[in-house]
Design a protein around this ligand. Structure first.
Ligand code: NAD
Length: 338
């Protein structure tokens, strides 16, 4: 199957592209590299086009005639979205609409969208299932939810099968594929803690007074290879109904301190932890009930133990440092948010 992967040069997209190719599909990357680099695209076809440029997106559809679209392109920071909400609406909603306009003109049969646990906001439910209230607290979460709705409604009218996957905390790396996590700035817990420990810096944690066993935030970490596999299964499935949104997580939660301890253990280093006040908007606990996806797709995460996630992230970080391609160490502020 020929699959257009918008945002395919990003962290998760690069894994999805390689998983598709490993299953015999032909991925075409549509990504203008605003938050990634061309290193992640080799040996695949890249169309370096901004998603919001609808006429150029139409040309890409005309040239490649994709049968399916996976849409991972967008901005990803909750905090940045609070400071610059309009950019998030423009990109996370507007650029998705540009893809839908192209789908209205060309015979695409499936559209798979990367959504997020942020659509649930600061829920107190745990684990969270897809029927939990949708009350996003940031423009990031709200813009992703708005596109889910726009997608499902448009797809129904266009006769396209639409699916949204609400990722919890994507993490780890597939070192064999030579791709891993490298956002700039890096806001995610695992790569930040690894870099802080390797650089001998303080590890800062937002909040130690949450109603969780050790007082720090609890999150559901899913290995990016398992996440990529879910995309392949969703595209290949003949049975999934259109208009569905699924959680993608493991159902296991780990606290920020548990994650730091696992990283420190694997690096044989002692973390020097500094606790800071809570960060506004961080829910105490975000753990997925992903039973719906598991039963519909027979999807089971096989790489998502904390040990394997952390081990693969460290291996990737070491290989990136050795190749000189890692992002520079950012100023420290580490939390479990996403
Ligand atoms: N990383 C996570 O843990 C996580 C969790 C939940 C949801 N998600 C969602 O998954 C998707 C991918 O996340 P990621 O961590 O791989 O992010 P990423 O920033 O690494 O990748 C996004 C890619 O999209 C491209 N892009 C963005 N806007 C574009 C535009 N207008 N035109 C062309 N290209 C554009 C960027 O260049 C980048 O390569 C995002 O939509 C994000 O909201 C990620």
């Amino acid at each position: 199957m020929k699959v257009l992967v918008a945002g395919g040069a990003g962290y998760i997209g690069a894994h999805v592209v390689r998983a598709l190719a490993a299953h015999g599909h032909t991925p075409i990357i549509l990504d203008d590299l605003r938050a990634s680099s061309i290193d992640r695209c080799h040996p695949f076809t890249l169309e370096a086009v901004p998603l919001e440029d609808t006429s150029r997106v139409l040309e890409v559809f005309q040239k490649h005639e994709p049968e399916a679209v996976v849409h991972l392109g967008g901005y990803i920071s909750v905090g940045e979205s609070m400071r610059e909400p309009t950019r998030y609406w423009e990109n996370n909603l507007g650029s998705g609409i540009s893809l839908l306009l192209a789908c209205a003109r060309f015979p695409v049969h499936t559209f798979l969208f990367s959504s997020t646990a942020a659509v649930y906001g600061t829920t107190t439910e745990s684990p969270i299932d897809e029927n939990s209230p949708l009350v996003p607290t940031s423009p990031y979460g709200a813009s992703k939810l708005a596109f889910e709705r726009a997608l499902h409604r448009s797809a129904a009218a266009l006769g396209i099968r639409s699916l949204a996957l609400r990722y919890f905390n994507a993490s780890g790396a597939n070192v064999e594929w030579g791709v891993g996590e490298a956002h700039d700035p890096e806001e995610h817990l695992i790569p930040r803690v690894i870099r802080s420990l390797l650089d001998g810096n303080l590890v800062q944690v937002y909040g130690d007074d949450y109603p969780t066993p050790d007082g720090t935030c609890v999150r559901d970490y899913v290995h990016v290879s398992d996440l990529a596999e879910a995309h392949v299964l969703a595209l290949e499935s003949a049975e999934l109904e259109t208009g569905q949104s699924f959680n993608v997580g493991t159902g296991c939660g780990y606290s920020v301190l548990e994650v730091i301890q696992e990283i420190a253990k694997q690096l044989s280093l002692n973390p020097n932890i500094q606790f800071l006040p809570r960060r506004p908007g961080d829910p105490p606990r975000l753990v997925a009930n992903a039973s719906s996806l598991m039963s519909c797709l027979q999807w089971h995460p096989t790489h998502s133990s904390l040990e394997e996630i952390v081990g693969s992230a460290i291996a990737w970080e070491m290989s990136a440092v050795n190749k000189g391609s890692s992002q520079p160490s950012p100023a420290l502020n580490t939390s479990g948010g996403r």
